[in-house]
Design a protein around this ligand. Structure first.
Ligand code: EPS
Length: 394
């Protein structure tokens, strides 16, 4: 239902995005987007670039007088750093950094300088994902769906997130108060210290981000085909983010160490006649569809591959062994990657909601949303008698 493209280089004049498929009539302001662009620029561990940029969106299509028209939404974000590059003679970059797209991108596209790979592979592009995600979030908010995220770990420092049942809105709010976007204040201090130390050690750190979506109706996604299962769609979207190398739904990896009876979330009927769960180890998905419980997506971010301490490599111009040279970069980008993961999850979930509801206008969507099945016991029409397949074969 939704498609988007981004364009632009990290040090080029500007970044562009086009989002196609948003229905008409959604109220949308630059502030709805700028709020999240600003969040993406904040976080202890950022490098010098974030002192230069002040990302602000400009709508150039698809939003007239503060409302979406149903046409493609085009958005621009200017690179303030461009003025430092426009007239510069750019030094050659012959030695690829292990872990970056320098080498693989140059093999793939037969570039004559590694910087051409870097320019497009850079996480600068995530500004536009956040812009697109903010529009999708606005659509989800229209139906009461809320998205938030936080850092679970940086390096070997783990947040203590043992409140049961989890108070997600409180976690989201606490994370926004933290320099490293972690809701546990003690772990936040330790994470900041670990990042401070890694800077001194001329190295980098990664971490784990958790994004949670609240108030989703049950039955989004589908079990019927591999490419309609939400589990796969979310994993693909989140793993497409720069430096993300792993995705987990709920406590998936921890679940592998337990038995089935200790893992699966038992079903009960609450006082309002709604089917509910005591636990949510499935992370809000069963059979590739939403259960109606919070959707929990975790992303594993590797340490940034641009390190002040050189790594062994090869100079591709001379063929000689070489050491990498330092490019300005982040020491730990995990805190500011939280809004990026939120954005990718918002894009997938907005798409899923639109697929379920159909409709070209927000008003049409509301009518259909109000008629959705909610997992209430009196909605089911099970005949509770024997039945046959009915195929004639052979
Ligand atoms: C990045 C390197 C740094 C980061 C950049 C991603 O940029 P620069 O090379 O200009 O210092 O700050 O991230 C952003 C610019 C951004 O907006 O997130 C990289 O190589 O991926």
């Amino acid at each position: 239902m939704l498609r988007f493209l981004t364009a632009g280089e990290s040090h080029g004049p500007l970044l562009t995005a086009i989002l196609e498929g948003m229905p008409a009539g959604l109220e949308l302001s630059a502030e709805d987007v700028n709020e999240h662009l600003l969040r993406r620029q904040q976080g202890y561990g950022s490098g010098g670039r974030m002192q230069i940029e002040q990302d602000q969106v400009q709508f150039t299509g698809g939003v007239i007088a503060g409302k979406t028209t149903g046409g493609p939404i085009s958005m621009l974000v200017h690179n303030r750093d461009w003025k430092n590059w426009a007239e510069r003679d750019i030094a050659p970059m012959p030695t690829p950094r292990p872990g970056h797209a320098d080498l693989t991108g140059t093999i793939k596209y037969d570039y004559d300088d590694l910087r051409l790979a870097l320019e497009r592979a850079s996480a600068r592009e995530t500004a536009m994902r956040v812009a697109v995600g903010a529009v999708c979030r606005k659509l989800l908010n229209e139906f009461g769906v809320e998205i938030g995220g936080y850092v679970r770990s940086i390096g070997d420092i783990e947040a203590n997130l043992s409140d049961e049942p989890p108070d997600y809105p409180a976690r989201f709010a606490a994370a926004e108060e933290s320099e490293v976007r972690c809701p546990d204040p003690d772990a936040s201090v330790q994470m900041q210290e670990a990042i401070r130390q890694v800077k001194i050690d001329k190295d980098t750190l990664g971490g784990i981000i958790e994004v949670v979506v609240l108030n989703l109706p049950p039955g989004l996604g589908s079990h019927v085909h591999y490419d309609r299962r939400l589990t796969g769609k979310l994993a693909a979207a989140v793993c497409s983010v720069q430096s993300i190398k792993g995705v987990e739904i709920g406590s998936a990896f921890e679940n592998t160490r337990k038995r089935g009876t200790q893992v699966h979330d038992e079903i009960y009927l609450d006082d309002s006649g709604t089917l509910c769960r005591h636990t949510n180890r499935a992370g809000g998905l069963e059979g590739g569809m939403t259960t109606g419980e919070p959707l929990i997506v975790r992303a594993a971010m590797k340490p940034i591959s641009t390190t002040l301490t050189p790594l062994g490599s090869v100079n591709l111009a001379t063929g000689e062994p070489d050491q990498t040279t330092y490019e300005r970069s982040d020491f730990c980008a995990t805190p500011r990657a939280v809004p990026v993961i939120e954005a990718m999850v918002s894009i997938v979930m907005a798409d899923e909601l639109l697929e379920k509801l159909g409709g070209d206008t927000i008003a049409e969507l509301h009518t259909r949303f109000d008629a959705l099945r909610r997992g209430k016991i009196d909605e089911f029409k099970l005949h509770n008698t024997e039945w046959r397949f009915g195929y004639v074969y052979p």
